[in-house]
Design a protein around this ligand. Structure first.
Ligand code: DX5
Ligand code: ZN
Length: 211
């Protein structure tokens, strides 16, 4: 499977957002990962559809929007209209029934749907959701902040998931060149990284080291 690298914009310099987007695009990024947090589902507040709309103008890369929010169904169309190409919702915030409705709606708009699970959530919780989604995002930190340490339990989860799920598996949190290699070996093919990429002196080298 092709490995895709998704820099997480949360670690970028928001004073120069357009330039930061261009920088990772030039360095070979495949997707732009956008962390949306509401201060309820996670203890941090970040950005909403308005910023996504401006990001859409600043890059041609697909926008991979990670919704760490309560009641994502309520905000789905706002993020679609803002220009998202992929939208991830957390299994802790939706029912399978809601996911089925989202899946249908997003399919019509050619937007990909992903489901994510926190480190403490077992794979069993997403089994019924698997036929409804285009990809799964395995969290390897507790969502809320960038720059946290990788939780190794994610590796077993990725392996078990890869055995039953043939589509894209993304992994998010604490990824660097070492943990990146581990998650790829376990079966992940979309690699989200924030501080490792935006904190690097040489962006291209950092992205290539993940690939
Ligand atoms: C965590 C976010 C991640 C985070 C990744 O809540 O979902 O996408 O920004 O940052 P690093 O790679 O620094 O752990
Ligand atoms: Zn994320």
């Amino acid at each position: 499977m092709k490995i895709k690298i998704a820099p997480s914009i949360l670690s970028a310099d928001f004073n120069n957002l357009a330039a930061e987007l261009k920088k990772v695009q030039r360095a070979g990024a495949d997707l732009i990962h956008v962390d949306v947090m509401d201060g309820h589902f996670v203890p941090n507040i970040t950005i909403g559809p308005v910023i996504v709309k401006y990001m859409r103008k600043a890059t041609k890369l697909p926008l991979d929007v990670h919704l760490m929010i309560e009641n994502p169904a309520k905000y789905l169309s706002a993020f679609v209209n803002a220009g998202s190409d992929m939208i991830t919702v957390h299994i802790e915030t939706v029912t399978v029934k809601e996911l089925a409705v989202m899946s249908k709606g997003l399919n019509n708009k050619a937007v990909k749907l992903g489901v994510s699970l926190n480190p403490a959530t077992s794979l069993d919780k997403i089994k019924k959701a698997l036929p409804l989604v285009d990809f799964v995002l395995v969290m390897s930190v507790n969502p809320g902040f960038s720059g946290q340490e990788f939780i190794p339990g994610a590796l077993r989860k990725i392996k078990q998931l890869r055995a039953i799920f043939k589509k894209d598996i993304a992994v998010d949190g604490g990824i660097n060149n070492l943990t990146g290699r581990q998650v790829i070996n376990a079966g992940a093919n979309i690699i989200v990284a924030g501080s490792y990429i935006f904190g690097a002196k040489n962006t291209k080298k950092a992205i290539n080291s993940l690939r």
